[in-house]
Write a protein that binds this ligand. Sequence first.
Ligand code: GLA
Length: 398
Amino acid sequence: MKLRTCFLVIAATAFTIALPALHALDNGVARTPPMGWNSWNKFACDGLNEHVVRATADAIAGNGMKDAGYVYVNLDDCWQSGRDAEGNIVVDQEKFPSGIKALADYIHSKGLKLGVYTDVGTKTCAGRPGSIGHEYQDARQYAAWGVDYVKEDWCNTLPGQNAEASYTLMRDALAATGRPIVFSICEWGKNTPWLWAGPIGNLWRATDDIQDCWNCKKPWGGNGVAQIIELMGAPGVESYAGPGHWNDPDMLEVGNGGMTTEEDRAHFSMWAMFAAPLLVGTDIANMSADTKSILLNRAVIAVDQDALGEAARRVKKDGDIEVWSRPLADGSRAVTLLNLSATPVSTGVAWTEIGYPAALRATVRDLWSDKEVTDQTDHYAAQVAPHGVVMVTIKPHN
Ligand code: GLA
């Protein structure tokens, strides 16, 4: 008997048993958090065009990123300019003179996948046409072009527009095309999406727009990396993530220049702890060696992509010092010691804080220095740089 049927039978025969979350979206994609690139954080509206996208795809295919798992090449806002007399979406001819189908073919020829962006309202955040009233028509067009990923934003909604219903409509429209398409819900965490989005989207933004800075809350809601980490520490939010349905703390700012290398490393590490989509937001074709080495840390990526799909929980907070832990499929733990303060600190994690007995012997591997300590018992301690992390795996052995 299938697990799902089994649960239903149990639930039907014992009315006191609450139904578990049975209906997480199962459209066959994003079984691990999606990885790739999105145009917005670096190129925004003005800088987006087909040359940038092709150059980015070339770089991803040639610099090791594709092999590391980065496959989605996603257009954000401003690829679309209007609708024709039949209501079909019209591509911005200045930015994409060759059209989206040609771009999709090119990206597919590199072994990569293409994403597009739309909005549940009348217009996107940059004032381009939204999908309201055109959901099925747009989904059919995306599928005909060969689109593999759709992000749907939350600007210019109608008064009282319901988020759950709006995103359900697009989910159904995408499903009706028969093409496997990752569906990314982007309502900025406004309607506690983790409570309802699991059956609807493969990922949902849990927080407002990321800013390229460590600590810089904006009055309109934008967040620096430190603020997003605090929001992701809200008790229980992590429990809604799992294979096919992920919390999205927004796209990466690694390499965009607003943070130090240490901060970029901490940002990337924490996103891996959250089991977050790893959508690079920088100019990949022209990135620095430091940025490349962060984005290509295979050990950190492996934590993000771990098959168990269980996101990290904050197990300790002592002022600006935090410890986050996530269980991995092989029974080990990924643990990150995070220093939010501006001075170096010595800190550590006790085995009992991450669900291990104190006497357990483990191998601890530091994922950034690549150093390993064997036969470690009871705890692991380290010095953590300002706005930095020490990220380790702790693997029990005999
Ligand atoms: C919103 C989204 C961003 C980006 C812009 C585009 O702010 O949250 O991720 O898509 O719109 O206009």
